[in-house]
Design a binder for this molecule. Sequence first.
Ligand code: GCU
Length: 398
Amino acid sequence: MDQTTAPADVPTPSAIPARSALPDPLVAFDGTAVETADEWDVRRRPEIQRAFEHYVYGYAPDAPAIEIGTGQSTAVLDGRATLEERTIYFTDLPADAPTIELAVFTPADRDSVPVFLGLNNGGNHAIIDDPAVTITDTAAEFGVEDRGVASEYWCVEQLIERGYGLATFHPADIGPDRDDPTEGIQPYYADLPGPAPTRWGTIAAWAWGLRRGVDALLENPRVRDDGIAVIGHSRLGKAALLAGAFDERIDLVVPHQSGTGGVTPARDNDQETVAAITEAFPHWFNDLFPAFGGRPERLPVDQHLLVALVAPRPLLDTEGTRDYWTNPGRALDSIRAADPVYDLLGEDGLVGDGLLYGDDKVTAGTVGTLAQYRRETEHTLNQGYWDAILDFADLHLG
Ligand code: GCU
């Protein structure tokens, strides 16, 4: 089966050989071994990408023409940070197409810093309690009412203090989180590769939106071009991982508690199964993925290969010990199964067993470019996680 181009017909899952183990990242679909970095880049990486588009997330459009609006720049956090609000317009799409309302917080006293880019579910105004932050139209419709309610989740003061920026927008700028194909950016793209059931779902659309955020950040002199990290929590962590897997301009990836459809494999997953996720959230994936419900062993790919696509770039998988639904143990298996690709590409990948907990120090001796870090929490993001994430970023983005 040649998956480097989109086949016209979609083989049914029963026509795909069953494999109960996670597919070997270094064996191509035709059964041949992948032995060099060049073979990985030229042959294996693209075929894995096509397979994820084809069987799981759907095919996203190429990079569109964009224009970045001027918007406001203003001092926030008692003058310690600069907030820039920039609208991203899709200039080749009709005037009523969605826009991205990007908010970028950077330290006021630095010229150019590494920046974490992440989708936020509350709205940009939920990040800090400051009337300077615009309540965007989508955030007014889909976000929270009160300003600053997510401040202990995004910890932007801590980021600023440590010399990082945060860039963010509401996912509904790209498409609301519901099963209505007439909403968001998707209806503006009629011609995409692949047969109808492989049309992109919402996670692919969000990931594509994140990549448009990267487009804008690369034009921003306050942002270091080689310091773009992408983070996301849960469903938005699935999107962050997908963006990182496809976009090599992203320098570091933090899928936080991303679960099924994120770092956690479909195979041997006794928590959220493919059947469960595609029934509860049919719009997240393409229309072919649900056919693997009850038979994930027929998937040509599994989520460790999405992690492998990030290689050789650093990835920290952050998980909560009591966040059972995301299945941190299986996520760790996924990380470990991706490690051989880091090795092949000349990175140290996992150090030791690749797992750090709580107060374990994230330093050059304890982590490589790939690791899982766990805290004693349920399904949430907080300062403790950010301490580890920023230590990891210090190591790799310097
Ligand atoms: C549900 C869903 C998960 C998802 C989570 C979230 O629990 O089953 O797959 O990650 O919502 O986004 O919080």
